[in-house]
Every structure is written in structure tokens, then in C-alpha cells.
Design a binder for this molecule. Sequence first.
Ligand SMILES: *Cc1c(COP(=O)(O)O)cnc(C)c1O
Length: 395
Amino acid sequence: MRRPVYLDYAATTPIDPRVAQTMLACLMPDGTHGNPASTAHETGRAARDVVEKARAEVAALIGAVAGDIVWTSGATESDNLAILGAARQARSGHVVTGRTEHKAVLDTCRQLEREGFAVTWLMPDRHGLHGPEQLRDALRADTRLVSIMHVNNETGVIQDIAAMADICRERGILFHTDAAQSAGKLPLDVDALGVDLMSLSAHKVYGPKGAGALYVRRAARRRLEPLMFGGGQELGLRAGTLATHQIAGMGTAFALAREELAAEHERVLELRERLWSGIEPLGAVYLNGHPERRVASILNISFAAVEGESLLLSLRGLAVSTGSACNTEVAEPSYVLRALGRDDVLAESSIRFSLGRFTTADDIDFATACVRAGVEKLRALAPEGRAPDKSLKIR
Ligand SMILES: *Cc1c(COP(=O)(O)O)cnc(C)c1O
């Protein structure tokens, strides 16, 4: 059987072979396997040079200075460090976030509630966007931090981070953004966006899993406390020996993303338009997220008059995401789509297609044919195109 066509790039992307080369150069017997912190040895100095080159490459993609990049194990850790670190340093107070954030932010803010902090959970509009005015209304005298993601991982919606960060800066409130889904997809500049903290992940940008970074604006350093204690590495914000090979891979991934961003955007956007124009004629399909304010790589669609589980079964030839909580036993409808106002039935019959560097026109044509055949067959089985009555389903 043919391998499923991979259209799940927003979940994880394959490692670019050029990234793997850099990583191998660290791992092979004659490679850079010193401890970047032990610069008394030649091997340590070589490792430090690799790490610092990568730091400059990551910084360059987001318009930052290299010294403001802190290495982590991924965007999850970066989100934890930013949110817990800023709130705990302030000892008490209030934090604002959104309902459609990634679990790495939601669960971290829930932890803050358990520790006695107050959290406001902003509801997005039907397109998934937060209004700057809505944020302004949520701020309190004791607000310490606002955390709003740049690009949503299920819908691809792009928030107006600059406008929101501006409101926070006026009041001296720290602003954090999770940019795991915008790095390599949109031009990024921490100064233009006005953010104090930005989470990044290597594996969403064709780098290795288990590598990430947190951008920390210099002026925000002392307002953050570490999660881990040890050798004082990374400005004292993240103790532990650095994973040279992972970091080298992340650096190459970010350097490639910077070189290829514009061309890749054009190509991926064209492919996504091709997919949508193949699916839209089915009728009773709804685009999730804002029609324009979206990254090129994501297409999230609700299919009316088909049952979610059957739809997924009929798409076995495609590696796609339903956006439902796949890490739990019970498949629940996506909380992101529910927050946009989709009912449970439509939320359950939704598919996120995400495209990337290795997606071909052939993949798109195959996917289009799969979806058309699957949906048409299921709708022919359902009585007069009515959505199957979910209340009859025994759970
Ligand atoms: C993937 C992702 C994360 C988690 O990143 P890891 O590097 O896997 O920990 C966090 N936030 C968003 C928006 C993501 O897409």
C-alpha cells in the first residue's frame, strides 16, 4: 500500500536533509562533541562556536540579537519558562491569555491558577481573532503578563500581535507570544512586533524534535525567574549542558527558513489554493479561521452532512489532523473550533490540512480526489444530505 500523503506539517515536519547533515557533523566520532561550557579545551571551544553560530542564525530569523536567545527543549518548555517564570517572579497577580492557545500555554496558565494567580481567558471572535480593545478591557492594575500566540496551530489565523503588545508596553506589562507556527512562515521581527518574550520550536521548521528557544528581550531578563537550577547556563535562565547537535540542527533549520521563506510562501500558498478550489465545489464546506489573515500552510475545513469518524476513516490515504484531542482516549471536538462557535457536530467533522516544504502538486491532487470521493460517498449514504443525528450515538 502507498504511504499516506503527509499533510500534517503543522503537527511536525520532516527533518530537512541539510539540517541532518549539520547534526551528523556534531555526532560523528570526529565531530563537535565537546561541552560548549568547557572552553578550557579545544573541543569545548569548537562546540561553543557551533552553538553561537546557531544562536545567531535563530536570532536572525526573528530580528533579534543573538544574546537574547535562550536555548530550551522546545516551544513547550519556552512557553513554561516565559509564563511561569514571569508570573512567579512577580509573586502574585494577574495573567491574560486566549482560549485558542496551544495546550502548552493553556495548561501552564491553569497551573498558575492553582498557584493562586488570576487568569483571564479571552474569547476570540468567529474568525479566531482577538481585538486589541478586548485585551485593553481585560487588563488590571496587577496584570503581570499577556500571552497570545502569533499563529494558531489549528486554523493558521494570524493575531495582530503588534497592536496588542503596544497596549501592554504602555503599561509596563510583559508580552509573550508563542511563535512556533509563524517562524519560517511569516517574516518575523521582535522589535516590529514589540514582544518581550517569544517561543520557538525547531521541529516546526524542519529541524529536530526536542529543541527550541525563548527570545528574552534584554530589559525583560530580570523579570523572569528560571524553572531549573544548576550550572547557571543561558543567562542563569536555563541550567544544564547544551545539546550541541540539536542546537546546530535548529540553527541550520532557521537559516534555511530565512533563505527560503519568500519562495516557499508563494509555492505553498498556490498549493493550498489548489486544494481549496478542488474541495469547495463539494458544497456545504466551511473554512475555519479568518479568510485572509491566515498563514499559507494551513487549511482547516468543516464538512457538513458527514459524520466525523466516518470521514476520517475514508481519508486513510492521507496523514491529516482532525484537530481533536488525539492525546486522550476519547476523541473530543476541537476546543479551538468550539471557541470559534462551531457546534460539536461540525467541529468533529473538520479536517486540518497543513502543507510544507515537501508537499507536491501530486500530493494535493491525490488529497483532493480522496476528499471528494470520501465526502460524496458518505453524503450519498446519509438521508437527503442531512447531518447524522449525533444524539442517537451511544457513547
Ligand atoms: C508545536 C507547538 C508547540 C509545542 O512545541 P514543542 O517544540 O513540540 O514543544 C507549542 N505551541 C505551538 C503553537 C505549537 O504549534
